[in-house]
Design a protein around this ligand. Sequence first.
Ligand SMILES: Nc1ncnc2c1ncn2[C@@H]1O[C@H](COP(=O)(O)OP(=O)(O)OP(=O)(O)O)[C@@H](O)[C@H]1O
Length: 267
Amino acid sequence: MSALPTSDGIAARAQALTKAYGSGETTVLALDSVDVDIASGRFTAVMGPSGSGKSTLMHCLAGLDTVSAGQVWLGGTEITGLKERELTRLRRDRIGFMFQSFNLIPTLNAAENITLPMDIAGKKPDQKWLDQVIDTLGLRDRLKHRPAQLSGGQQQRVACARALASRPELIFADEPTGNLDSRAGLEVLAFLRQAVDELGQTVVMVTHDPGAAAHSDLVLFLADGRIVDQMEHPTAEAVLERMRLFPGGNPQAPGSDVTRGTASEED
Ligand SMILES: Nc1ncnc2c1ncn2[C@@H]1O[C@H](COP(=O)(O)OP(=O)(O)OP(=O)(O)O)[C@@H](O)[C@H]1O
């Protein structure tokens, strides 16, 4: 294990990250020698055609998946080669996760869901920080509600608060708006934006939606397991144009939510 020589301002880094699934003739190269730096205090979106390696990249950066070759650092710590126990602790202490399915516990109220990971870890929440997160996310008057008593957007905000509660260095969000209607999706994106701007968090989000990517500071474009392009200060239109350059990568295919992102900005 080696320390990262220049970890300043870098929340996560991959060098020559390669991930292959399967073996022999059925090998799939999901990531092909990817080099990437995720800057601290920024909102990075990851886009690319289906099967381009977005989720694999996120899972490898978060230490949820092993790598076939290359190195990954979280902050200044190399995680490739860490034992599962050390990795679990590091993930718990440094990373927040938001997935498309919110994974809220139905029998617990919002407040209990938000602090559950910390309760399991036997950690006391920093009450001042927690209050700030709850107020930023507008959840103050929903804390006693159970998930079934909340709208989809509110449930995702609870999942967002849960990801933020332990003040992780880095938040990974995998299609966090995928299951939401356009209004709820926009709310969640606005709150992720706020988490970066006002709470100083670092967010990495995988999305298919150019409208969602437009809320980020930087879009990384993946194709065939490689980062092939990036875009600073993205707009939904510019991202859509870039996505159209990918073979079969037209994000307006059925099931895509592009219309909501672009339409909402004209509201
Ligand atoms: N557990 C696995 N076993 C075998 N192949 C896998 C596995 N997970 C992913 N792959 C393959 O690796 C490649 C990249 O998958 P990945 O899920 O990272 O892509 P993605 O860009 O997130 O796709 P999508 O946008 O459809 O979610 C794909 O070809 C996929 O079929």
